[in-house]
Each structure stands twice: as C-alpha cells, then as structure tokens.
Write a protein of this length. Sequence first.
Length: 277
Amino acid sequence: MKDESNHQQAVELLQQLGLKEYEARCLVALSRLPQGTAKEISDISDVPRTRVYDAIRVLESKGLVEIQHSNPQRFRAVPIEEAAETLRQEYESRTETLVESINEIEPVQSDEDDETTHEVWSLDGASAVRNRTRQLIDTADEELVLVIGHEAAITPDLVEQLQETYASGIRVLIGTPNDAIRDRIRREIPDATVFVSGLEWLESSSIRESDDTVITSMLLVDGETILVSSAHETDTGTVIEEKAVFGRGFDNGIVVIARRLMATGLFSTEEPKIADE
C-alpha cells in the first residue's frame, strides 16, 4: 500500500514540475527498471503502448531518458539525482523567465495613494509566509526584531539569513517565550541579542481552551514593517495552516501595537529600545 502511495506521489510531483501524466508515469516506471522496452513500460505504467513512444521522445528531449536503438528499442532513465537536477534547473529557468517577463510589462497607473500607511494585508500558506519573511529581512537597514512564539518558526534558512543579517552590521534582536527556544537560538545564532519576550501567550490562547491557534512569530523591520504569522497546532506539536498579516508604516495602527508588544522584555537588555514615537 505504501509503495502504491509513493508511486502516485512521485507521478504527481513530476506533473507539478512540468511533465504530463503519461510522461511522469513512464519516467517512474523506468526508474523501477534497469532498462525496458515500450511493452514493459506500458505494462508497469498503465500507459497505452502507442503513447509510450510519444512520452519517451519528450523525456529524451528533456534529458531524462536514454534510448538504445536496437530492435526492439530499449529505454532507461538517467540516475534519479541527475533527473532531479535537470528538472530543478528547468524549473528555475522558467521562474527567472517569468520574473523577467512580468517586470517588463508596463504597469497600470492607479488612482490610489501608494503611500497609504494604514492598510493590513494577509498571506495564506507556509511557503508564502516564509518567502515574505525572507523578503522583509532582506530589506532591513538598521534593526531587526523577531519574537518567536513556536519552535516551528526556526528553520535552517531563517537561521542562516539571521546570521548573515547580523554579519552585515544590522542589529538583530530575538525574543523567545521559553527556555527551550531561547537556548536553541543562543546556540544557533550566538551573536544575536536574545531577550525574554514576556509574551508567553504567544504559545497558546488563554481565552478559549479549544483554541489551538498559536502565534508562530512576530517580525518587526526597522520599527515600521510588521509581519505576524499564526498557525494551528496539532496534538503532536506540529503546526499547520499557517497564515500571516502584514503592515507597513510607522503610524500604522497594527505596527504601533505590535512594536510596543514586542518591546515587552526587551528593556532589560543592554541593546537600545525598539524605536517608537
């Protein structure tokens, strides 16, 4: 049963990376064989034999399959690590082309004021939240304050980026609600200023016992840009359905409130206080 599940997952992932269903099925079938004929591939993949040849031609053009011109023809997949690297490069190339194409499209002028400071935007999905977090950290010029409410927020990419941010001369302050998270931060980012946030309620709600929502992190960049992410915590301690709200502007209400909340516990450190009015 597990083998069937892995097979289907592999096919679906290959489709997400740009292959059509028959192409994905043929590639997965070949990954299970040292080499195979069209008939053998068809038997394993449930792809009609006449369509196997079309799929194989596409896979060969992408550098994912090799062909032996014998009678009958025999096919074999390139090593999975090589195939994965080929697909990754193609995916990145398409992504770069997409960015270039969209950036070259002439923007439509809007009547709205681009400098509005009282708007709050929402993001949905762990990937979107992580990407926005990375993007905001990159914009820091002077100070970065991060209050971590759940250990799930501490990813290897985040740790590396915070280390690079500190090395660039930007002040990095990290608040934690408990000893376990605080000790981990001090081990992995020893140069950052770590303080007790005083926001123990970030880990769980004291209002409703049935509320499984946790604040995973609060990020404040240069005192005027805030990102607050939340998620649902399962019985095993993992977080799912991550969401975030984002606001910008020194006078933005949510930024002002978050800035003052995040300062809780910071005043006991030797670092300067978070900028406020």
